[in-house]
Design a protein around this ligand. Structure first.
Ligand code: GTR
Length: 325
């Protein structure tokens, strides 16, 4: 290599290193959603606040679109400290942390507002404490609206219409039982496999909130969406305890503050995206069923509560949620 070329290469690598070290330490955060999705943008906003608060000691890079793996794997990698942070649903925690089953119970919350209130209170704290025993720090809970069924076959107007149909659920035994209690069949699978599974007829459909239904493109292959709103599962942003413990007390506090502050950003983006997503899928010709009687759905959930709300501790959590105004 000629001298001039060596110099150019050297300068380029210095420039690159400079860009990378503008921040002393970049935390890697996983998200299954595409760039621009409210959770992705909320964690990016948290990163900006964190960089300011720590004078550039800490930044966050969001690896969106499941670049670091599907949620179950991202959770494990975060527990091991391979990934610093993960923004995931509480659903995939259900089989490993029993407390997370309670806010994941069908029809436990009266509305997304009720969920927000509960998760900002003692029940939310109880869940954060449970994370610590599993090598994770629960930083904040985010909104995920309400989840409803969609499928490629027919409009669902009642529970009877669900009979024998096959739906994908998140990888949580409780959701398998939830779908069975409604008379349908459930297949737990990672989010990234749902589109092709509907397209090829392996499953008839899945269930999710409007922004996920839209951003995943599932509406392209499952055009019947029934707003039965059976689940209001909070999202959570967790940090690896290994990463957290490696930070100074000052930086730990900054992480917690920036995470809480990102909630307002999330809320605003979420409200806008929910509306925009519904408009987009309707414009694409989706048939949305809104006039559904939820009472039989709610009543059908009794065996699920019986199976999963077993100990006094979990019963108390249910009572605390119900008592939250
Ligand atoms: C979305 C949620 C994701 C993921 C996904 C799923 O609503 O935001 O974190 O859990 O659902 O169904 O796998």
């Amino acid at each position: 290599m000629k001298k001039r070329h060596i110099l150019t290469a050297l300068l380029a690598s210095v420039a690159l290193a400079g860009a990378a070290t503008a921040c002393e330490r970049t935390l890697r955060s996983a998200d299954t959603h595409p760039d621009g999705y409210p959770t992705v943008e909320a964690v990016k906003a948290m990163g900006k606040m964190l960089e300011e608060k720590t004078n550039g000691r800490l930044c966050i890079e969001v690896f969106f679109g499941a670049q670091l793996g599907e949620e179950k794997d991202a959770i494990e990698q975060t527990q091991f400290g391979v990934i610093d942070m993960a923004r995931v649903s509480l659903g995939p925690f259900n089989n490993i942390i029993e407390e997370t089953q309670i806010p994941s119970l069908p029809y436990i919350f009266r509305s997304p507002d009720h969920m927000r209130k509960v998760m900002a209170g003692p029940v939310g704290q109880q869940i954060k404490d449970a994370f610590t025993q599993h090598d994770l720090i629960g930083l904040t809970f985010y909104d995920a609206g309400s989840r409803s069924f969609y499928n490629s076959q027919k409009p669902i107007h009642s529970m009877a219409d669900l009979a024998g149909m096959k739906f994908r659920v998140m990888q949580s035994d409780m959701f398998v039982d939830m779908v069975s209690a409604l008379g349908a069949n459930a297949t737990p699978m990672p989010y990234g496999e749902v589109y092709s599974s509907i397209q090829t007829g392996v499953i008839d459909g899945a269930e999710n909130n409007p922004p996920s239904y839209e951003s995943s493109g599932h509406y392209e292959v499952a055009k019947y969406y029934t707003l039965d709103q059976h689940l209001i599962v909070p999202e959570v942003l967790v940090m690896s305890k290994k990463t957290f413990d490696s930070l100074s007390a000052e930086d730990q506090a900054a992480v917690k503050e920036a995470a809480s502050a990102s909630n307002a950003v999330m809320q605003d983006l979420w409200n806008k995206r929910e509306e925009a997503s519904m408009e987009k899928v309707k414009a694409a010709g989706i048939e949305v069923v809104t006039d559904i009687d939820k009472t039989p759905f709610i009543e059908a959930m009794a065996p699920v509560y019986e199976k999963y709300v077993t100990s006094d501790k979990l019963k108390k959590m249910v009572e605390d949620i119900q008592a939250t105004e």
